[in-house]
Every structure is written in C-alpha cells, then in structure tokens.
Design a protein around this ligand. Structure first.
Ligand code: GLN
Length: 212
C-alpha cells in the first residue's frame, strides 16, 4: 500500500499532535474511537496521556476486544508513554483496575522517572533510526524494568541530563533505563516524539505499517 491509514486512539491524551506528525510523515492519519473506525486503519498509535483513564475509556467505548483482536492479527501499534503502559504485559505502580492490551512482553513501572522530577529531556539513540540521537521529552514517564526474549530493546537513557534523575533513583550514575522497545509489529517509547517536530520515529512507524 502506498499510503497506510493510521489511526490515533482518540479517547484521551495528545491525539492531535500524533495525527499531525503521522500526516507529515506520509500517513493517512485520523482519530479513532469506534470499532468501525478501527476496522478501516492499517496501524494504530496509542498516545501519551493517562493510562488509567485510557484504560477506563477503552471499555466505555467498547474498544478493548476489537483492539486485542487486531493486535493478535498482527496490526502494527505504536504506544508512547501512557501508550507504552497500555501495551505492556505487566505494570508496576499502576492502579489495581487498569488493564492494557498485554501485547509486549515487558514490565513497565508507571511514573518511574516522575518520582524524582515530573519531566526532563535526554538524548536517546534509537536502533533502526539513523542520524543524531533523539531529543527525547519525558513527562511523568514509565521505564521498562524487564523485557522478555521476544522484545528488542531499541533505546535506553544513561547520560546527559538524565544522569542525575537516574542516579538518584537507582543509586548509580551509570545506570541505564530502557525507554524504547519493539516486539514484532509493536513499538513503544517512554517519551513523546510527537512534541518535538522530529518525525523520524513516526516515519519509522509509518514504514512498519506500510510493509506489515
Ligand atoms: N503517567 C502517565 C500514565 O501513567 C503517563 C504520562 C504520559 O503519557 N505523559 O499513564
């Protein structure tokens, strides 16, 4: 397909920014909040926002089963921040009643960096995205504490402005934290590329949806 249709799950969070970034990266991008709208897209972005709220709204809008089914069928999905939490098989520091799609075999800790600071920026190199490191923006972001064998770690933070934060939390300035992963057609980042005007990660996902 020349131009993949990519939906942005439009229940809560920074939907508009993802639609704009995906459009600029060459996709036919649109908000999706109904099962019929999901049927018409080749890929889905789950935006940043609040995973507990998104989890509730997924049930209210009767989107849980349709999304679970599309993920099982191999639809490409990219989750950013709260979207990363929604894709994890296990969530630490979550609310007892929050439920995600369990697509990526990983344990994420919610608000992990945010225990020390609410937001920060750091350079992150992403495997498969050539060029300069990403200028990554983290906002009450999760990190990944465990990945299963099927998961490829494609980005970590370990230096620059994040050192202080990470050192405080883990007890050592050299500590690395996993902030970007891929498992098959599922992609997740702790940070928000839709806020910086750097389209490379959206272009990477558009290409994934085009070729999946
Ligand atoms: N802390 C939020 C959550 O738990 C995620 C923050 C974000 O998406 N910027 O869902």
């Amino acid at each position: 397909m020349a131009t993949p249709a990519i939906g942005v799950l439009a229940l809560q969070g920074d939907v508009r920014e993802h639609v704009a970034a995906l459009t600029a990266a060459g996709a036919d991008a649109r908000p999706v909040r109904r099962p019929g709208e999901l049927d018409a897209v080749d890929g889905l972005v789950i935006p940043g926002g609040e995973s507990t709220t998104i989890s509730k709204l997924v049930d209210i809008f009767e989107m849980r089963e349709p999304i679970d089914k599309r993920i099982a069928d191999g639809m490409p999905v990219y989750g950013s921040c709260a979207g990363m939490i929604m894709l994890a098989t296990e969530v630490l520091d979550g609310r007892a009643d929050q439920r995600g799609f369990a697509g990526i075999d990983m344990t994420v800790r919610r608000n992990a960096f945010g225990r020390q600071v609410d937001s920060f920026e750091a350079p992150v190199e992403i495997t498969g995205v050539p060029g300069d490191p990403f200028y990554a923006v983290f906002i009450r972001a999760p990190w990944v504490e465990r990945v299963g064998p099927a998961v490829e770690v494609i980005g970590t933070v370990s230096g620059g402005p994040a050192v202080e934060v990470i050192g405080t939390v883990s007890g050592g300035p050299a500590a690395e934290r996993i902030v970007a992963v891929r498992q098959g057609n599922l992609l997740a980042t702790s940070f928000h590329p839709e806020l910086t005007g750097d389209l490379r990660l959206h272009a990477y996902f558009v290409e994934l949806a085009r070729t999946a």
